[in-house]
Ligand binder design. Structure first.
Ligand SMILES: Cc1cc2nc3c(=O)[nH]c(=O)nc-3n(C[C@H](O)[C@H](O)[C@H](O)COP(=O)(O)OP(=O)(O)OC[C@H]3O[C@@H](n4cnc5c(N)ncnc54)[C@H](O)[C@@H]3O)c2cc1C
Length: 419
C-alpha cells in the first residue's frame, strides 16, 4: 500500500503527528505494535493521564533540562496551551492540579486516549495495531517500511515516534534507534532519567528507614568536591534499595551524569528543615536546652523530623533516648543539627532504564530541523517524542514535548508529501 505520511508509534507523539498530518488532508497511516494505542500516556500521572502542564512556556522549558531549549521553535507553532485547547476542543475538559499539572476532569486516562482515537477515525487515518515495524529502507522519492510480517508499506514521508526504552511493556523497546542510525543519525548515549537511586548505606541495607517519606525537603546532588549541582524541594522516600519519590526522581539525571563521568558514589544531601538556617536551628535548640534542662533531649526535639528519622539520628549521634537536656554536650548538639541540615546518602547506581520513567539521550537534536522536526540528513524523515535526545521532569513535560514535536512533525510531513 502507498501512503503520503506513515507514522510509526501510537504514543502521544505519534497520535498527535497522525492527527496533524491527516488534518492537512493527506493519506495517513499509523502503525503500532501494541494491541492498544497510548498505553504509556494512559499510565502517566499515576494512571490519570497527565496530559500537559499549565505553567508559562518559559517554565515548561526550564522543567525539560534535557535540551528543552530546542523546543522554543516547535512551541512557536504549537505549545502547552494549544494542547489544552486541543483537548477541550475534542470535548475533554481538563483541570489543573499541583505544579501546573493538567488532568482530565473525569480523572479517566481512557477519556484522553479515546478522544485521540475518535479524532483519528474522523480524519480517516488508517490505524494498524499489533503490527511491529521491522525496518525502513530509505529512498530518494519515498521510503519502504518492512513490517515484521514481511509485508511492505510505501510512503512519501515517515515519522518515527516509537519512544525510548523506559518501561518496555508499554511497547517502547528502543526499536527506532537502529532506523535513525540507518539514515545516518547520531544517537547520543542512552541513560535512565526520572529513576530511583540505589544505595549501599548501612541504614538502607538494614532497612531502618525503609518506607519513610520526608515532606518538602531540599534534596541536593553533590559533586566530587561536595558542591551542590542541583537542589529540588519536594517529597522523597527511603525504599528497600535506596531512595525514590519526586525530589529524587528530579535529581536522578544529575546523579546519572556524574556516574557517566566515572564518579562513584554520588552523594545526595537532604536538608530536612530547609526554611531554617543551620546556626538559627543550633541557637534555638541551645536556648531550649537551657530553658528545659530537666527534659529529655528527645522530647525537646520531638516533631522537628519524623519520629523514625529522629530515632535514627539520635542513635547515630549517640544521644540516649533518656539523655537530659542539661547533660547534652555542645558537640553532640552540633552534630545533631548538622545531620538535620546535611543528611547525606551515598548512591552507587540507579534502577535500570527499563524501570525509569523516561529515557535520557536519543536521536541527536543537532540533526533535526526544530521548526519542522525533519531530519537534516534525509528527505521525508521526521522524528518526534521520547526517541529524541530531549527529556524532562515528570509532571506533563515529556508528554508536552511529545505532543508538540508530534504536531509539528505531522504538519510538515504532510506538506512535504504534497510537494
Ligand atoms: C509510569 C510512567 C509515568 C509517566 N508519567 C509522566 C508524567 O507524569 N509526565 C510526563 O511528562 N511524562 C511522564 N511519563 C513519560 C511519558 O509518558 C513519555 O515520555 C511519553 O509517553 C513518550 O511519548 P512517545 O510518543 O514518544 O512514546 P511512547 O509513549 O513510548 O509510545 C511509543 C509507541 O511506539 C510503539 N512502537 C515501539 N516500537 C514499535 C515498532 N517496532 N513498531 C510499531 N510500533 C512500535 C509502542 O508500541 C508505543 O505505542 C511517564 C512514563 C511512565 C512509564
Amino acid at each position: 500500500m502507498t501512503y503520503q505520511v506513515t507514522v510509526i508509534g501510537g504514543g502521544p507523539s505519534g497520535l498527535m503527528a497522525a492527527i496533524a498530518a491527516a488534518e492537512q488532508g493527506v493519506k495517513t497511516l499509523l502503525i503500532d505494535k501494541g494491541n492498544k494505542l497510548g498505553t504509556k500516556l494512559a499510565i502517566s500521572g499515576g494512571g490519570r493521564c497527565n496530559v500537559t502542564n499549565r505553567l508559562p512556556e518559559e517554565e515548561v522549558i526550564k522543567h525539560i533540562p534535557g535540551n528543552g531549549k530546542f523546543l522554543y521553535s516547535p512551541f512557536s507553532v504549537f505549545n502547552n496551551y494549544d494542547i489544552i485547547d486541543f483537548f477541550e476542543g475534542l470535548g475533554v475538559a481538563l483541570k489543573e492540579e499541583d505544579h501546573g499539572r493538567m488532568f482530565p476532569v473525569s480523572n479517566k486516562a481512557k477519556d484522553v486516549v479515546q478522544a485521540l482515537l475518535d479524532r483519528l477515525e474522523k480524519l480517516n487515518v488508517e490505524v494498524r495495531k499489533k503490527t511491529p515495524v521491522e525496518s525502513i529502507h530509505y529512498g530518494s522519492e519515498g521510503h519502504e517500511i518492512t513490517l515484521q510480517s514481511k509485508e511492505t508499506v510505501i510512503t512519501k514521508a515517515v515519522i518515527i515516534a516509537v519512544g525510548g526504552k523506559a518501561v518496555p511493556y508499554t511497547g517502547s523497546t528502543g526499536d527506532g534507534y537502529a532506523w535513525a542510525k540507518e539514515a545516518g543519525h547520531v544517537i547520543t548515549e542512552l541513560f535512565p532519567t526520572e529513576v530511583p537511586l540505589r544505595s549501599n548505606e548501612e541504614f538502607i541495607k538494614d532497612k531502618s528507614l525503609q518506607g519513610l517519606s520526608l515532606r518538602e525537603v531540599d534534596v541536593s546532588v553533590l559533586n566530587q568536591k561536595g558542591k551542590q549541582i542541583v537542589t529540588h524541594r519536594m517529597d522523597m522516600l527511603f525504599t528497600h534499595f535506596g531512595l525514590s519519590g519526586p525530589a529524587i526522581l528530579r535529581c536522578s539525571q544529575y546523579v546519572v551524569k556524574e556516574f557517566m563521568k566515572g564518579h562513584k558514589p554520588v552523594t545526595i544531601e537532604i536538608d530536612c528543615m530547609p526554611d531554617k538556617k543551620e546556626h538559627f536551628l543550633y541557637e534555638e535548640l541551645q536556648q531550649d536546652l537551657k530553658d528545659h534542662p530537666k527534659k529529655t533531649f528527645r522530647n525537646l526535639v520531638k516533631g522537628i523530623v519524623p519520629e523514625r528519622l529522629l530515632d535514627y539520628l539520635l542513635d547515630y549521634t549517640q544521644i540516649e533516648a533518656d539523655e537530659k537536656a542539661a547533660n547534652l554536650s555542645n558537640q553532640k548538639l552540633q552534630k545533631f543539627v548538622s545531620l538535620i541540615k546535611h543528611f547525606q546518602v551515598k548512591t552507587h547506581d540507579t534502577l535500570p532504564i527499563e524501570k525509569a520513567f523516561v529515557t535520557g539521550g536519543g536521536v541527536s537534536i543537532k540533526e533535526i530541523i526544530p521548526n519542522t522536526m525533519q531530519s537534516k540528513l534525509m528527505n521525508g524523515l521526521y522524528f518526534c517524542g521520547e526517541i529524541l535526545d530531549i527529556h524532562g521532569y515528570t509532571g506533563g513535560y515529556n508528554i508536552t514535548s511529545a505532543m508538540v514535536t508530534g504536531r509539528v512533525a505531522g504538519m510538515h510531513a504532510a506538506w512535504e508529501s504534497m510537494g
